[in-house]
Design a binder for this molecule. Structure first.
Ligand code: HEC
Length: 160
């Protein structure tokens, strides 16, 4: 697209009522400085997701401590506990509240931990595991930069 077309488009959009301000999902969000995309969830669903998140952090702590102590077995077991097996414990009524891309990124993160566990068991190479962990943590970072969960008016309407 030629540059002037882009400028024209931008100016047009800027002055077209109702297009410029991406309709906020709820009135109270209009002036919310947090620009991450909102996932509306009911409180029970949010609780499940956040509990899973705390397990992620706990597991990452155990992996790091295990690798630092050359305790490959502990590190591998911790990584395995965060694998796809963990994703399967999320009840379907919770999973269905989550957007598809969110679920895909979540699954990819769990799959990474299975790979870390498998490689540790096969090679016992902590440096390799640390590199993998560093890559996997980028998925945590990316998701946290993109999404947040809201249980307000939006989430309350969802099935418990
Ligand atoms: C697919 C998306 C996604 C991935 C991947 C992800 N998280 Fe989260 N995490 C979230 C969301 C959404 C929240 C809630 C943020 C909010 O509502 O402000 C959260 C919250 C958390 C919290 C706070 C929990 C609480 O009790 O409040 C921790 C800790 C956390 N994540 C750790 C991790 C770690 C560690 C990883 C990677 C190993 C990870 N997360 C990967 C989406 C993700």
């Amino acid at each position: 697209m030629p540059r002037y077309t882009i400028v024209l488009l931008a100016v047009t959009l800027a002055f077209t009522p109702g297009v410029r301000a991406d309709a906020p999902e709820a009135p109270h969000m209009a002036d919310d400085p947090d620009r991450r995309a909102v996932i509306p969830m009911n409180p029970a669903g949010r609780d499940v997701v956040l509990a899973e998140m705390r397990m992620f952090l706990k597991g990452v702590q155990q992996i790091a401590a295990g690798l630092a102590d050359d305790d490959i077995e502990t590190a591998a077991a911790a990584a395995r506990s965060l694998g796809l097996g963990m994703a399967e414990t999320v009840p379907p009524e919770v999973a269905q509240q989550l957007p598809m891309e969110f679920r895909q990124l979540g699954r990819a993160t769990h799959a990474d931990f299975d790979q870390i566990a498998m490689d540790l068991e096969a090679m016992g190479d902590s440096r390799h595991a640390l590199r993998q962990l560093g890559d996997t943590l980028n998925k945590c970072v990316a998701c946290h930069a993109t999404w947040r969960i809201e249980t307000g008016d939006l989430g309350r309407g969802l099935r418990p």
